[in-house]
Design a binder for this molecule. Structure first.
Ligand code: FE2
Length: 265
């Protein structure tokens, strides 16, 4: 990351780095995801994941996925995968290797993460004509640290555009406070709306990017993606980092009691 990119990230809360992930690594992640899917017994562990309603909140399968590799389905299309999560980067050798490329470690350092830890990984399917929308949110809603440190790395594994559901952002809105928080209240997972105003009325920016692009997202930057209306798939790999110097509250939804967090070493 050069000085110009650093300033852009600071000002806008996101950064687009085209050509970051080599085609061979995009291929490797897509091939490995296909193998994982082929080996998955869908009938046994089906669950529906949606960021819109919180039905999954009662689902143990989801709760325990922070330290496992689990499969989640589209809400409105039975049998169609939405994503795989959330510890691919620690439990699968291919995802481990790509997630810990030296270039990513260097970027994490440039982003100011003094003790970067790889907290969460997701392989995101956006199936042709099926892949659903992801509503506006801040990643710190789901992965909160004190002080805030979560940083999203979103790798395009296919060309992404408006038609197949590319990322959309509200530039510079990472200076806004956290709007919602999702985590444990006693034994229950709840979404709490914090006492903050609605989003400023600003036109979202669609980030149309070619395969291999890395989009860096500040943990407080609002982002979303539209449904895939095209006949083309839009796969992506998302990796979330936190700073080990920050406090990671015990009421965050993602807990890994049996799998210590690791950095890039
Ligand atoms: Fe997100």
């Amino acid at each position: 990351m050069n000085e110009f990119e650093r300033v852009c990230y600071e000002q806008d809360g996101f950064l687009v780095l085209e050509g970051f992930l080599p085609a061979a690594d995009c291929d490797a992640l897509q091939a490995r995801a296909a193998e994982l899917v082929a080996g998955f017994d869908a009938g046994a562990q089906r669950t529906v994941f949606s960021t819109r309603d919180q039905e999954h909140a009662r689902d143990r399968y989801f709760r325990e996925s922070g330290g496992d590799i689990r499969f989640f389905f589209e809400e409105e299309a039975s049998g169609q995968l939405n994503k795989i999560g959330h510890a691919l980067h620690d439990l699968d050798p291919v995802f481990d290797r790509v997630s810990r490329l030296p270039e990513i470690a260097a970027l994490a350092s440039d982003l100011g993460l003094a003790e970067p830890l790889l907290l969460q990984s997701m392989y995101l399917f956006k199936q042709p004509r099926i892949g659903g929308e992801v509503g506006w949110h801040q990643d710190a809603t789901y992965l909160r640290t004190e002080p805030p440190s979560v940083t999203g790395l979103w790798f395009a594994l296919d060309d992404a555009d408006r038609d197949n559901g590319c990322l959309m952002v509200l530039p510079a809105m990472h200076r806004e406070p956290l709007r919602q928080w999702f985590g444990y209240d006693g034994g229950e997972l709840v979404m709490r709306t914090l006492d903050t105003p609605p989003w400023p009325d600003e036109e979202p920016l669609a980030l149309e990017v070619p395969r291999g692009t890395l989009i860096v997202l500040h943990g407080l930057l609002p982002h979303a993606s539209a449904p895939n209306r095209s006949s083309r798939q839009r796969h992506a790999y998302a990796l979330h980092l936190i700073d080990g110097r920050a406090d990671y509250p015990a009421d965050n939804w993602l807990q890994r009691p049996n799998l210590p967090l690791r950095g890039f070493a």
